[in-house]
Design a binder for this molecule. Sequence first.
Ligand SMILES: Nc1ncnc2c1ncn2[C@@H]1O[C@H](COP(=O)(O)OP(=O)(O)OP(=O)(O)O)[C@@H](O)[C@H]1O
Ligand SMILES: [Mg+2]
Ligand SMILES: [Zn+2]
Length: 496
Amino acid sequence: MSSKSAPIPAQADHEADALAREIAKLRAWACSGNEHLRTLCQDGLQRLRLLYSQAPEEQRARLFQADSIRELREISARLEAPPDETLRALLKQIFGYDQFRSGQEQVIRTVMAGLDCFAVMPTGAGKSLTFQIPARALGGTTLVISPLIALMKDQVDAVAARGIRATYLNSSIEESDRRQRLSAVCRGQFELVYAAPEGLELYLAAMLENVDLRLLAVDEAHCISEWGHDFRPAYRNLAGLKQRFGGIPLLALTATATARVQQDIVNQLGMESPVRFQGSFFRPNLRIAVVKKTGHPPVGRAMLQLLRARKGESGIIYCLRRQDADDLAATLRENGISAESYHAGLDNDTRHQRQENFQKGRTLVIVATVAFGMGIDKSNIRFVIHRDMPRSLESLAQEMGRAGRDGQPSDCILFYAWPDVLAHDFFANEQKDDRLGDQRREQARRMYRFAEAMCCRHQALAGYFGEHLAACGSSCDVCTDRDVLAEAAAPRRKKR
Ligand SMILES: Nc1ncnc2c1ncn2[C@@H]1O[C@H](COP(=O)(O)OP(=O)(O)OP(=O)(O)O)[C@@H](O)[C@H]1O
Ligand SMILES: [Mg+2]
Ligand SMILES: [Zn+2]
């Protein structure tokens, strides 16, 4: 009899694990902002209350330890709390917006409840706000890891202009300035700190010991995965960050991650059962069209045609090679179009100047390599043209995602040809790691198959990221039988 009732350690562990998992699930449901999940949470709490009241005393004491009871009380309080207007008030007060966009509030509530969160939301969805509002609401300091060094100053200036106490730490800052900033961070002067993953080790010790960190956000989180499209080796510095910072919630954000990349991110960052949010990839105001480069008309002439039909509009043209970007920008200028090139071969000052010219509307068209793009938030970009096929569908989604962030109709035009695939093969052959080389070759072929396929472009792109979408019916050349080159040539023909 006594041997029967004595807890077998393995079984006790098993029961405790099961309860911990149940509590984590209930907590996620309680913060989800989804009525159905909140009802399921109520039911779950009720079941546990019953178990508590009916279990023999010994089992109850073993199972429901003080921590678990406290957590269950918190969940229950969260469910019963009246709708939280504070966040909406902050949204209005800091940013002047009346409504949260889809998913934003749920992500904010999740991290504010102390849970890890993984949000995959499309380009332009407003991911930045999901750490900027908690930065104010949580108190202490929110640390944002971002690979976008060139944009950090502008991002910090933009939030500072809205009254958030923010700063950044990256390699562009002089040593003495860096020390001063770091000591100000340690004194708690900043709510929001952007840091590059490069050199993270330099700040980490001070942050771990002295900073009252409340939230850790990893922006462009796909950069940690070598299976993603923009792997940054420095992002490897983030592996195990969660463990180092202990109980602080971790928020991973990206617009482009396949299921495989998502899993890789969760593993690499050591996230604990993150609550996941996945927004729809479909942005109906982006009108996708694909053109095969056959030499008729030559690609340079096609670009001119397209741009003449878009006089006065702001846009980006992506080229694979730096030289092509320089040449095309020069041709456009010769034809009276305000254009500058942008690529990694230019020095920092020139790059910064040109980016700012574009951002402020002093230059209408930027002709760029992949060095330009991720994180650029200019609201009125009316077109993104790929003169050459990008390396992957992820890159396509990121780059065309710069267009139409104000919700207005915008064109995303992809030029492609088989030699583009061979050009990507050339880069693949340079890879030291065979697996990455193979992956790059495969990505280019997938990209080519996407361009060749005669099915809805939005449907195919969303499908690649695991979302089932009906054919768009109105926002791509396949669904509408649109010929962008003929359309661009038409007004000129009429004039003649
Ligand atoms: N609730 C809102 N109401 C109106 N505008 C918003 C709202 N939230 C964000 N925005 C605006 O949407 C734009 C895009 O936001 P943000 O740069 O955060 O996008 P993102 O999701 O990070 O995109 P990307 O993946 O391209 O980096 C910004 O100009 C931002 O001010
Ligand atoms: Mg962003
Ligand atoms: Zn379509």
